[in-house]
Design a protein around this ligand. Structure first.
Ligand code: PLP
Length: 372
């Protein structure tokens, strides 16, 4: 065996023995909440397509039209010739939905985070991040060259301690958090975080990948998010002041040195944002569905479309997900390093398209097995 493969085989075996090896399953997403895996139709509680928009006829129709009109690819970075007219329409809509002055669209949420953060801070600056912030925020922080500290999850006293002890040693300071935490479904205390940022002359940045329709009146200076989840399309963005956006467009390397999104993708995002503006009942539905579930199980009322059922052990979590799959339900089995050690969990994500009966059946199975 070539030396590289021998080395990698050992690494894979280690992952396997810790039940941490990941495999990619072939999925076919049918309409709405149905996923076909291995020929079997499953009701998915694993997708982030919270509003059921990815297969919506208006998105598909707009994308098809843009594909015919503009072609399959953008052909260059937005700074060269990739900035076709649909971008402006999308950014205006986004800024409106987020109640910010301006927006800038990136290739993905991941690309947005690794572009925005190094554009704003660098060596001699300080980043203080919630400990559970998404991996790509941490990657952006590392790329920036700033010093990185993490505060205990949603613990504003700990954040204050870190600010008191360290803020004055650094030039600029960026506080980072998710609005709705992707693996726990709980909410960041944004008002307190914004007040602390103000008190310590720091900037607040939020990642709203899972917060669309949940987190309103966001006070953060820098509001990042994705078009790939509730919006049902693909891409990332940042919203904020016109000055922030002008600066980001001049300095975020993942924007400047990467090709613009395909026109069809932008058209789909535009169609989705229009639906989001026009159909508040659809936007409210995932949280309502999550609350039906938590109430059936006697859990604390859900605060977002995400409800974790913590099993702790990696293997047991995999077995639980496999059992649910046998019964026709697809649920994410989330293990370290995505979540902290000994907190492996079923991550249950609710969609506007779930029916009451799906939610009741899932809750019943979880109750019977004694997982919650
Ligand atoms: C999914 C996710 C991202 C990445 O967004 P993509 O558009 O999928 O690249 C960033 N932050 C959080 C919190 C996420 O859950």
């Amino acid at each position: 065996m070539p030396v590289l493969d021998t080395f990698l085989q050992q690494k894979l075996m280690l992952l396997e023995s810790a039940k941490r090896r990941r495999v990619l399953h072939m999925n076919e997403r049918a309409d709405g909440v149905v996923v076909v895996r291995g020929g079997k139709r499953l009701i998915s509680f694993a997708c982030n397509d919270y509003l059921g928009l990815s297969s919506h006829p208006k998105l598909v129709g707009s994308a098809t039209e843009a594909l015919t009109k503009y072609g399959a690819g953008a052909g260059a970075s937005r700074l060269i010739t990739g900035n076709f007219p649909l971008y402006e329409e999308l950014e205006t809509l986004l800024a409106g939905v987020k109640a910010c002055e301006a927006a800038c669209v990136f290739g993905s949420g991941y690309l947005a985070n690794i572009g925005i953060i190094p554009a704003l801070v660098g060596a001699g600056d300080l980043i203080i991040s919630d400990k559970l912030s998404h991996a790509c925020m941490l990657d952006g922080a590392r790329l920036s060259g700033a010093s990185v500290m993490r505060f205990a999850h949603n613990n504003v006293e700990h954040l204050r301690m870190l600010l008191e002890a360290n803020r004055k040693e650094y030039q600029n300071c960026l506080i980072m958090t998710e609005t709705v935490f992707s693996m726990d479904g709980d909410l960041a205390p944004l008002k307190v975080l914004a007040a602390l940022a103000k008190e310590f002359d720091a900037w607040l940045m939020t990642d709203d990948a899972h917060g669309l329709g949940i987190m309103k009146n966001n006070p953060a200076d820098i509001q990042m998010g994705t078009l790939s989840k509730a919006v049902g399309s693909y891409g990332g963005y940042v919203c904020g002041s016109q000055t922030l956006i002008d600066y980001i467009k001049n300095s975020a390397r993942s924007l400047i040195y990467s090709t613009a999104l395909p026109p069809a993708t932008i058209a789909a995002s535009i169609a989705a944002l229009r639906i989001i503006k026009e159909e508040p009942e659809r936007v409210a539905k995932p949280l309502e569905n999550a609350r039906v579930f938590t109430s059936l199980l006697g859990l604390e009322p859900a605060t977002s479309a995400i409800v974790p059922v913590i099993i702790k052990d990696n293997n047991k979590t995999l077995q639980a997900a496999a059992l649910l799959e046998e019964k026709g339900f697809l649920v994410g089995a989330i293990r370290p390093p995505t979540v902290p050690e000994n907190t492996a969990r079923l991550r249950i994500a609710f969609s506007a398209l779930h029916e009451q009966i799906h939610i009741e059946q899932l809750a019943e199975m979880i109750k019977q097995e004694g997982w919650a």
